[in-house]
Design a protein around this ligand. Structure first.
Ligand code: ZN
Ligand code: ZN
Length: 367
C-alpha cells in the first residue's frame, strides 16, 4: 500500500516527506495506522549516524501508537480495531527473554536495528528502491507501520491513543529506571541529570515512589520549572555553578542514594557519581556521541561500593510495565501528557528544531 513516511538520507540534516510503498503484513505482522508518534533522541542519533549504525535511506520512529487495521494469520494478541502503543521488539525465546526483562533480549539488535523484517526482506520501498525500516520493529515516522506481537500493547480506555507512543520509549525508560532498575525506595534521595522527557519521567516516577529528595540538574529554566511542579524538591542550573557535585553535597551532605543520567556526557556523569553515598547507584541511559569512557576512580567502586548500571528501556517488560504506567497516568500519578506538544506530521523538521531549542519538551507528531 502507499503510505506517507519521513525518510532519512545520508548527509541530509532534515527528514524528507515522501510517499513510499509498505508491504502487506507477513504471518507474524500487525499493520497499524499511526495516530501519533513521539520524536526520541535515538531517532536523531540514528539519522546522524548514517552508515555507522543503520544504513540509509531509512525510516525511523519508535514511539508510535495507532489502530490495528490488519493482522497476519498467526497474530493472536490483538485484533483489527484495537488501539495500540508500540514499543521495542523482543524475541521471547532467548535466555535473557526467559528470565527478563525483555529489554535485554539477545536478539535486540536484529529485531530492532537491522533494517529488515524477520524473514530478511525490506517492507518499505521508495522511488529509488528498498528503504531500511523495521526500526524498533515499527519505523513509525509514517502513516502506517508493521509491528509484532512482542511490541504492541493495548492502550487503556481513557488514554488518547495519539499521545500513547512515548509510553513505549521515553516514559518507560525514565520511569522504569527509577522504579525497576534503581528501584528507588520511599524516603530515598535521587539526582536526575538532564530534564528532557526521560529525565522528567524519572522525576515523576521518583515522586510516585515517595522519594524524599528529588533533584533535577538541567540548564533550561522551563524544564526546571516543570520538574518543580511535578515532584522535584530541588533543581540546579549547572550553567550557573562551577561545581555541581558541591551543590549536590550541600543538599544531601551524606551523599545521595541514587543518580540517573540521561545525558551521556562524561562531564555530567562524573559529578553525579561523586555525589553518591557509600553503596549509592547511578543508572545510565544517555548515548554518548563520542562513545566516551565513564569517568570514575576504581576505588570509588571497590572502596565505596558505588554501582554503575547501564539501563535499556527502563528494564521494562512492556506487557506488564506499560499497563502499569497507563494505570498510574489514569490515577493522576504520571501526567506524562503535560510534557507533550503536538505537531502535524508534515512539520517533523520544525518539531525537531523546537525540541532542540527547548521550545517544547516532548514533540509528538499527529497523523
Ligand atoms: Zn529474546
Ligand atoms: Zn527512544
Amino acid at each position: 500500500m502507499k503510505i506517507d513516511a519521513a525518510v532519512a538520507y545520508a548527509g541530509q540534516a532534515e527528514f524528507a516527506l515522501e510517499q513510499v510503498e509498505l508491504a502487506d503484513p507477513n504471518l507474524d505482522e500487525i499493520l497499524v495506522k499511526i495516530a501519533g508518534v513521539g520524536i526520541c533522541h535515538t531517532d536523531l542519533f540514528m539519522r546522524d549516524m548514517a552508515g555507522a549504525l543503520f544504513t540509509h535511506p531509512a525510516v525511523f520512529g519508535h514511539e508510535g501508537a495507532g489502530t490495528v487495521i490488519a493482522i497476519g494469520a498467526n497474530v493472536r494478541k490483538v485484533a483489527v480495531g484495537d488501539e495500540v502503543a508500540i514499543t521495542f521488539r523482543s524475541c521471547g525465546e532467548c535466555r535473557n527473554c526467559s528470565v527478563g526483562p525483555a529489554a535485554y533480549c539477545e536478539n535486540f539488535p536484529a529485531l530492532n536495528m537491522s533494517g529488515a523484517r524477520t524473514d530478511g526482506t525490506r517492507a518499505l520501498s521508495g522511488s529509488k528502491g528498498a528503504l531500511e525500516g523495521n526500526f524498533f520493529g515499527q519505523s513509525s515516522f509514517a502513516s502506517h507501520c508493521l509491528a509484532y506481537e512482542s511490541n504492541v500493547v493495548k492502550v487503556a480506555k481513557g488514554i488518547p491513543t495519539q499521545i500513547a507512543g512515548p509510553l513505549g520509549c521515553a516514559v518507560q525508560t525514565g520511569a522504569g529506571a527509577v522504579l525497576n532498575s534503581l528501584d528507588a525506595q520511599s524516603g530515598s534521595s535521587i539526582v536526575i541529570m538532564g530534564g528532557g522527557p526521560v529525565g522528567l519521567s524519572a522525576v515523576m516516577a521518583a515522586k510516585l515512589r515517595g522519594c524524599e529528595t528529588i533533584v533535577l540538574v538541567e540548564p533550561q529554566a522551563a524544564r526546571r520549572e516543570f520538574a518543580e511542579a511535578h515532584g522535584a524538591t530541588h533543581t540546579i542550573d549547572p550553567l550557573a555553578l562551577d561545581d555541581v557535585k558541591a551543590a549536590l553535597k550541600q543538599i544531601v551532605p551524606t551523599g545521595l542514594d541514587f543518580a540517573f543520567d540521561t545525558t551521556g556526557l562524561e562531564s555530567v556523569i562524573g559529578p553525579a557519581i561523586g555525589a553518591l553515598k557509600i553503596n549509592g547507584a547511578i543508572g545510565l541511559v544517555g548515548l554518548s556521541h563520542k562513545d566516551a569512557d565513564v569517568p570514575v576512580k576504581i576505588n570509588r567502586l571497590s572502596g565505596a561500593g558505588v554501582r554503575i548500571i547501564g539501563i535499556i528501556e527502563g528494564d521494562s517488560n512492556p506487557d506488564d510495565f506499560l499497563p502499569y504506567l497507563m494505570e498510574q497516568y489514569l490515577a493522576g500519578n504520571l501526567p506524562f501528557d503535560e510534557m507533550i506538544t503536538t505537531y502535524p506530521f508534515a512539520e517533523i523538521n520544525r518539531a525537531i528544531a523546537d525540541q532542540a531549542a527547548g521550545k517544547c519538551i516532548k514533540a509528538v507528531l499527529l497523523l
